[in-house]
Every structure is written in structure tokens, then in C-alpha cells.
Write a protein that binds this ligand. Structure first.
Ligand code: PLP
Length: 386
């Protein structure tokens, strides 16, 4: 065990994994339940029930023993076949990931948008749906690579108009941003445990529409491991999952969603929005440019920004890590050396972001990048939506 970590813990501002509340960490090791007991089934059932408002649904929430990528791949394989043709909205690296998953699994798809510069243009998308005679859309709600939010509420209208299967990656916004599965006309939505759900990685959760459930029931080529027909059967029978359930992860998520309800789901969403607005104001005051510069909808889970001229991102992030024990995210893909990603997601309150902004400006000043310490913090504190 690294003793230094125990004395001076690392604080995460990375866009997943995020800091785990003590309550959640303790709950995860609080008991050694067998996964085939009533006491454990009751905990799992309550967890899934408490998660419904995070998805905006009255439909069942299904647990999946895997991380977000596994869950997305499972969904794709359970409800699409080689006879489908999906439009994969690729305006971020996780959007492209869904396209790659479909390529690997023999599901025809057309990539829509390969640049990260904006949210999807609906007229362009509609034309593509018509031209390609598409049967499905895959899209990321909150792309963690660039902080773009795609307007699922509008994309859902197109999906309904053309009777397409709409599959949404909601991995980095569940428990941070409202989602309205039932109202928006979504067919499948996936999230994972290590972001807004404030738990270790390893569990995912999914909601399926009736249409998607019917597809799962009929497609023979669906996965063996992630088979929603058998997950549904098992959940409906006795509130359990097929195979050995990662009990400690379920205990963690159970505690985390209880905490979200104790604070109030709407209050949690409002806190994320407030922290996002404050962080954007702080970074702009410090000379950063929000990324991408043109963007209709920005994330409440993380802020992505391009630093002022001359800032060496690798040096900055490693200095914050080594001197302040505080980890922020570097950019991804083509923007790895051009952007930073700061999460204000999950177990993150105003005092945490004050610490993060203060550390960021202190690091920049110390490294000689012309920062007046306090400028960012002032903008952070002064922000008001009134
Ligand atoms: N989708 C999004 C939007 C993500 O941010 C991530 C992880 O960062 C994933 C999918 C992949 O999830 P996991 O790392 O849990 O497999």
C-alpha cells in the first residue's frame, strides 16, 4: 500500500472516475451478502427503483455487470442486427466508439460528424436518415471527450418520426443532468457506476423501451453474457441478475443513489449546473477558451477548455498532481495536448471546485504562465445566474 496516499489522498477532478464519498466506500465493504439472498435482492431492487428518476422513466432499470463500454456493446448487440443501418453521431470520441463497436459486430452504420466542433445539426441528420434509409441512431448525450451535449430531446423526435431505434450513451451525465427517457422517445440508454453515481467502476445500468425489449426477445445473435432477455427474466423472477453479481459494487451504488435522493434529485442537478457555470466563468477569466468554441449545449458534468498560449498541458497537470495531489483530465484524441478537462461531477461541491480553481491558478502562476492568482476564483465566486 502506498502510505503517502493514505496520509495525503489524491483528489480527483477527472471526468470519471470521480471521488467516492466515505459513505459509499464503507457501504461497499459493509456486508458480505450472497447474491442469491432476499436481503441482497431487496437492496438491488431498491437501487434500481431509486435510479428511475435519474433516467426520467417509469420503466424497469436493468443492471449489467460491466463498465460503460461493455454495456453499450451489449445494447447494440441485443437490439441491432446486420439488417439494420445505424447513423452513428460521431462528434466526440465516445460517439465514434459506438460506431467502432458496430463495425466490429457487423452492424452497418454511417458516421455522421467526424469533427468535434458542435452539437448535431438536425436538418443534416434528418437528410442523412432519409438518404441512408436508416433504422437506428447511436448518440452520446454528454461526450466526455469534449463536453458537448447532444440534444436527445430533438433527436428523439426524429427517431419517432422515422421509427428508428434510438440508443443513447448517458455514461457521464446520469446523476448530474436531467434525462427524460419516457418523454424524449429513447429506446435504450446506458450509464455506468464511476461518474455521477460516485462509485467504483464495474457496474452499468440500462433502460429499454418496449420496442427495444421486443427486439432483445427475438434477436438470436445477441450476446450470451449481456443478454437482456435473461437479465429481464432474472430481475422479474426474484430481483437478481444472471451469474454472480458484483455485490460490493451494488452496495456502493445503492448508497450513492440514496445520497442523491437525500440531497434531492433536482437539487443535485441544480448543483451540477451551478458548478459548471462557475467553472466556465473562472476558466474564461483566466484566459482559457471554452472548447469547442461554438457549441449549443455544454456539459454540466465537466468543463473542457483550451489554455492560453504557451501553457504546457502535460506540465500543468503533472504539477497539480505532484504538488497539490489533485488530478484534472488532459484532453483526448486529437485534442490531447490542446485541452484540459475538469470534472465537477458526482461527489463535488462548491468547496471542492474552489480548491480546484485555486490550485489551477496557483500552478499556472508558479510555472510562469502569467496568471494573476485570484482572478479565476473571483469570477467563480461572482458568478450568478440571477
Ligand atoms: N461513454 C462515455 C461518454 C464515457 O465517458 C465513457 C468513459 O469515460 C465510456 C462511454 C466508457 O465507459 P467505461 O470506461 O466505463 O467502459
Amino acid at each position: 500500500m502506498n502510505q503517502a496516499f493514505l496520509v495525503r489522498p489524491n483528489k480527483l477532478f477527472t471526468p470519471g472516475p470521480v471521488n467516492i464519498p466515505n459513505r459509499v466506500a464503507l457501504a461497499s465493504i459493509s456486508a458480505c451478502y450472497h447474491h442469491r439472498t432476499k436481503v441482497f435482492s431487496d437492496i438491488l431492487t431498491e437501487t434500481l427503483e431509486l435510479m428511475k428518476p435519474l433516467f426520467g422513466t417509469v420503466r424497469p432499470v436493468y443492471p449489467i455487470h460491466t463498465t460503460g463500454r461493455g454495456a453499450m456493446e451489449g445494447v447494440v448487440n441485443n437490439i441491432l442486427t446486420p439488417n439494420d443501418k445505424a447513423i452513428a453521431i460521431c462528434n466526440g470520441s465516445f460517439g465514434t466508439m459506438a460506431a467502432t463497436m458496430m463495425d466490429r459486430n457487423g452492424i452497418p452504420n454511417v458516421r455522421c460528424y467526424e469533427s468535434w466542433t458542435d452539437t448535431v445539426n438536425l436538418e443534416y441528420l434528418e437528410k442523412l436518415i432519409q438518404d441512408e434509409k436508416a433504422t437506428a441512431i447511436t448518440v452520446v448525450h454528454n461526450d466526455t471527450s469534449n463536453g458537448l451535449v447532444n440534444p436527445i430531446w430533438e433527436i428523439g423526435k426524429l427517431a419517432r418520426k422515422y421509427d428508428l431505434m434510438l440508443i443513447v450513451d448517458f455514461v457521464s451525465a446520469a446523476g448530474c443532468t436531467p434525462f427524460k427517457f419516457d418523454e424524449w422517445g429513447v429506446d435504450a440508454v446506458v450509464t455506468a457506476s464511476q461518474k455521477g453515481l460516485m462509485s467504483p467502476a464495474g457496474m452499468s445500468f440500462c433502460v429499454l423501451s418496449e420496442k427495444a425489449e421486443n427486439a432483445c426477445a427475438t434477436i438470436e445473435s445477441r450476446d450470451f453474457y449481456i443478454d437482456f432477455k435473461s437479465i429481464k427474466k432474472s430481475i422479474e423472477k426474484n430481483g437478481q441478475t444472471p451469474g454472480s453479481t458484483p455485490v460490493s459494487l451494488v452496495l456502493a451504488v445503492h448508497e450513492a443513489v440514496k445520497m442523491i435522493h437525500e440531497e434531492g434529485v433536482e437539487n443535485v442537478f441544480a448543483r451540477h449546473h451551478d458548478l459548471a457555470c462557475r467553472t466556465r466563468a473562472a476558466l474564461q477569466a483566466m484566459g482559457f477558451k471554452l472548447f469547442p468554441e461554438t457549441c449549443n449545449f455544454r456539459s454540466d458534468s465537466l468543463t473542457v477548455a483550451t489554455p492560453p498560449e504557451g501553457v504546457d498541458i502535460a506540465k500543468l497537470t503533472s504539477y497539480m498532481q505532484s504538488e497539490y495531489h489533485l488530478q484534472i483530465g488532459k484532453g483526448l484524441g486529437d485534442y490531447a495536448n490542446q485541452t484540459i478537462r475538469i470534472a465537477h461531477m458526482g461527489y463535488c461541491y462548491i468547496e471542492d471546485m474552489i480548491q480546484c480553481i485555486a490550485a489551477l491558478e496557483s500552478a499556472m502562476a508558479t510555472l510562469g504562465w502569467n496568471q494573476t492568482v485570484g482572478k479565476g476564483l473571483q469570477a467563480f465566486l461572482a458568478y450568478s445566474d440571477k
